[in-house]
Design a protein around this ligand. Structure first.
Ligand code: CA
Length: 227
């Protein structure tokens, strides 16, 4: 449970996000303007801020810089494809993570959980296990049946993202956003190639999958093959 400030001018999205986070037990305060949001950020002492970049009264990136000038609270920015902000620029301006519209409630909750977990420090185990797969997120090490896997940085990130959402179908677009940080570009082909390398290292293939299952037309999911 956390105090979360939500700055978003789109009524629908604001309601959707506020409802989803309240259901998770968070205490959500929202604002639909940047200046009102800044007040919330300063006076409400939130533990997390979710803010839209396309706000009516002030450029979201400006707002982010203003928040950063006074607070180190984790910030997740919400961006739309048609808003002309590069993700790199936004992260440079001090965002901790981002969500690209349209996003699912599951995605939103996963990002919020991850950020709150990170800011909670080291009480949370940083190892994810799925079947005989062990992924040490902090050390960036992975093993299968006790044998260390020799993964490239991208392969590791691919495996980590899938493992953190084990059992859930992750779309290629989400993988591009998470692993390549390129929600606006990149190609499915890049993912297919890396997935095939990763499968190889896990001793499986698309034809004979074990951990990495393709859900045609939707994406891929990581499963425990013994279940
Ligand atoms: Ca907006």
């Amino acid at each position: 449970m956390a105090r979360i400030a939500l700055i978003e001018d789109d009524v629908e999205i604001r309601r959707l996000v506020a409802d989803a986070l309240s259901k998770e037990g968070h205490d959500v305060e929202s604002a639909d303007r940047a200046m009102e949001g800044l007040q919330l950020a300063v006076k409400g002492s939130p533990e997390l801020i979710l803010m839209d970049l396309g706000l009516p009264d002030l450029d979201g990136e400006e707002l982010l810089r203003m928040i950063r000038a006074v607070s180190s609270v984790p910030v997740i920015v919400i961006t739309a494809r048609d808003e002309d902000h590069s993700i790199v620029q936004t992260l440079d301006a001090g965002a901790d993570d981002y969500l690209v519209k349209p996003f699912s409630v599951a995605q939103l909750e996963a990002r919020v959980r991850a950020i709150l977990r990170r800011s909670a420090g080291d009480q949370v185990p940083d190892t994810v296990e799925v079947g005989e797969l062990r992924i040490n997120v902090a050390a960036r090490e992975a093993s299968l049946e006790e044998a260390t896997l020799d993964l490239s940085p991208k392969e590791f990130d691919l495996l980590r993202v899938l493992a953190e959402r084990a059992g859930e179908v992750v779309s290629k677009r989400e993988l591009l956003a998470e692993v390549w940080r390129e929600p606006y570009g990149g190609s499915d082909r890049t993912i297919d190639v890396h997935l095939s390398w990763l499968r190889n290292k896990l001793g499986e293939s698309a034809q004979e999958p074990r951990y990495i299952q393709t859900v045609h037309g939707v994406g891929v999911k990581l499963v425990d093959p013994s279940e």
